[in-house]
Design a protein around this ligand. Structure first.
Ligand code: PEP
Length: 236
């Protein structure tokens, strides 16, 4: 299974290094072979070699250049980062990234062989309009994306569930995941207020290949506990 932690704008570089080391130690001790990703804040990136894959939360679709406040391929290469999160709802809805820009970013990092965790998800007002409207909305987020890219992971993250403590029912998660799986055979993660208390049941849902976790993974022991759940479920 895939267990990923999005640290967002949290943890200093020192704390991130210690977070990564704690996860590595946990994986070694438990002989775990789950696929683990950690996405630190940009200024906390550091070369990391181990079982945990370090990814970037964002980067501009460029090698380098005049894009104030952004980082590009050159800065990621300095830290051996070959994985990137694209389409996170905070980038779509707070930072205003359009589908067109996301496709540009996707194609650029795909052309450089990056593993891409591509996020999709609907806001509450869309969900409230029923399943058809919701699926059409989600479909638009697949537009222009190469869904057969072999280094693609998709994360379904309902916008209304991110950082709110709300989650869809387990039945809804399964239902939506199974529908989204018809669009791509890429592994499909669920994200949105996953907590230690809910992770096991979510990981056990039909159609769920893993989780992408924000606040619920900020404490490393909680993140490791989620990895443990994945391990147990895999062994069942
Ligand atoms: C996320 O940032 O991808 C996320 C799912 O956040 P949270 O777990 O805090 O809802």
């Amino acid at each position: 299974m895939i267990i990923a932690s999005n640290l967002k704008t949290n943890l200093t570089r020192e704390k991130t290094i210690s977070y990564l080391m704690d996860v590595e130690n946990f994986l070694d001790k438990n002989n775990s072979d789950q696929e683990i990703y950690v996405f630190p804040a940009q200024s906390s990136l550091n070369p990391h070699h181990g079982k945990v894959v370090q990814g970037a939360q964002n980067a501009y679709a460029t090698q380098n250049g005049a894009f104030t406040g952004e980082i590009g391929l050159e800065q990621l290469e300095e830290f051996d980062v070959k994985t990137i999160l694209i389409g996170h709802s905070e980038r779509r809805h707070i930072l205003g990234e359009s589908q067109e820009k996301l496709v540009e970013k996707f194609n650029f990092y795909k052309s450089h062989g990056f593993k891409i965790v591509y996020c999709v998800g609907e806001p509450l007002e869309v969900r409230e309009q029923g399943e058809d409207v919701m699926m059409k909305y989600l479909e638009l987020q697949y537009e222009g994306i190469d869904t057969s890219y072999d280094k693609l992971i998709i994360a379904y993250e309902p916008v209304w569930a991110i950082g709110t403590g709300l989650t869809p029912t387990l039945e809804d998660i399964s239902k939506i995941h199974l529908k989204l799986k018809e669009k791509s055979s890429a592994p499909l993660l669920y994200g949105g207020s996953v907590k230690v208390e809910t992770a096991r049941d979510i990981l056990a849902c039909d159609g769920v290949d893993g989780v992408l976790v924000g606040s619920g993974a900020l404490k490393v022991e909680n993140f490791c506990q989620m990895i443990k759940f994945a391990e147990e479920l895999n062994n069942n």
